[in-house]
Design a protein around this ligand. Sequence first.
Ligand SMILES: [Zn+2]
Ligand SMILES: [Zn+2]
Length: 153
Amino acid sequence: MSDTTRRTGSCLCGGVHFVVTGQPIRIGLCHCKDCRKASGSAYSAFAIWPRDAFETSGEVASYGTRSFCPTCGSRVAWVGDDEVEVMLGSLDVAPTDLEPQYELWISRRETWLHALPGTEQFEHDRPLSGQCRKTPLRRRRDLCRTPSCTIEN
Ligand SMILES: [Zn+2]
Ligand SMILES: [Zn+2]
């Protein structure tokens, strides 16, 4: 890996810290129900890195594919088998230099929000073979419980 950019992140109370190295694989926004409920906000902004680009310290708890600090409740990185999902807001430096490439579940986007210029727009999940946004770290259909899942392998 030639890009050795290091970005640090943490939860609100500082109990959980992490570092991601290099550029993310993809960056997105999601307006789905799960992202709204889990964040308590109108949408989530996240970036995905390869699993081996990620290091963490501190105790985390999880619910489904969402991880959080058990002390302060902040969302923190979800670690999957080969990818890690990081909420942009958990990174320490703001603003980041990371710009979303796509938006998911725009049918649930607040009416006062508009399509982010230059990004791919999806009504629901991203129809990418071998990948599912609902369970982004699952690559097999039998591991995904989303009825609309488009995983093909
Ligand atoms: Zn915390
Ligand atoms: Zn979502």
